[in-house]
Ligand binder design. Structure first.
Ligand SMILES: O=C(CO)COP(=O)(O)O
Length: 132
């Protein structure tokens, strides 16, 4: 199971704390992240994280490419809804691809919790089937 972790700057602490709380579940998955988020999660949890470029430099698009190729199973994207981002088109494109390919995506911690509990009890096993 491949999981993407992305957080805007003012949401990074929240995502790091979330990753610590669910470390036992994340440890069963392969983790991917945008650059700075990946560094923060790796440092805090000690888990291996494949880091792409930072979001504004193309990291969202790199994760989007994995989604388009059916290589991403779950996306946790803690967006900052109160701050404009220079790469807003990339963010919208990533979320659009999640909808195009039916990839479970959480944009806030409340939904992320539900997805992690679902993942833990096997609700995302269908992803292995559609990956073939
Ligand atoms: O900007 C981001 C997502 O849109 C996140 O990028 P970083 O993890 O490099 O801060």
């Amino acid at each position: 199971m491949n999981i993407a972790l992305i957080a805007h700057d003012r949401k990074k602490d929240e995502l790091v704390n979330f990753a610590l709380a669910y470390k036992h579940i994340f440890a069963k998955a392969r983790l991917f992240a945008t650059g700075t988020t990946g560094t923060r999660v790796r440092e805090a949890t000690g888990l291996p994280v494949h880091r792409f470029l930072s979001g504004p430099l193309g990291g969202d698009q790199q994760i989007g490419a994995m989604i388009a190729q059916n290589e991403m199973d779950l996306v946790l994207f803690f967006r900052d809804p109160l701050m404009a981002q220079p790469h807003e088109p990339d963010i919208i494109a990533l979320l659009r691809l999640c909808d195009v390919h039916n990839i479970p995506v959480a944009t806030n911690i409340a939904t992320a919790e539900l997805l992690m509990k679902g993942f833990e009890r096997g609700d995302l096993a269908w992803r292995e089937t559609v990956k073939g």
